[in-house]
Design a protein around this ligand. Sequence first.
Ligand code: FES
Ligand code: FES
Length: 185
Amino acid sequence: MAPSTSSVITLNINGEKYTLPVDHRTTLLDALREHLDLTGTKKGCDQGQCGACTVLLDGRRTVSCLQLAVAAEGREITTIEGVAEGDQLHPVQQAFLDLDGYQCGYCTPGQICSALAVLEEHEAGWPSAVTADVSPEAGPPPLSPDEIRERMSGNLCRCGAYVSIVQAVARAAEVRTSGAEEAVA
Ligand code: FES
Ligand code: FES
């Protein structure tokens, strides 16, 4: 008997479970967009180059066009549809809105998912390629425009909204820091 080329899988997306049959070659991106109508995640290059399809897998950013849907079973998947709390935008979304961090908006879901991970990675002390002092005792470097550009460099914007995108990520980082300080005070 020929081996089966499809399976029924269950994906955990934005806190909800979705059970669907997929061909084993289906990417996570196509499962989201074509099977589940979660079209917030965008397809740009479909080959891991542009970042438009960025989602979070167990809190880590990934390009969903290079992930097989079957390999995402059992993982926590967060797409742009799961970032806001009801009508309350996430501070990263609000910063993109307030600072015009987009033009056509096609790359924006990926930019926002990536920015969410940037803030987590930075807070966890991960260095980037432009971090001057990578010794563990140095702690997280200031999230300067250069740091933001480097950390967001996997997300391309054909409209060239980069100046505003960098400002939006910086604003979101400030909001996050002030929120953490208020919680401690
Ligand atoms: S569509 Fe996935 S990286 Fe471009
Ligand atoms: S806002 Fe148009 S591609 Fe980025």
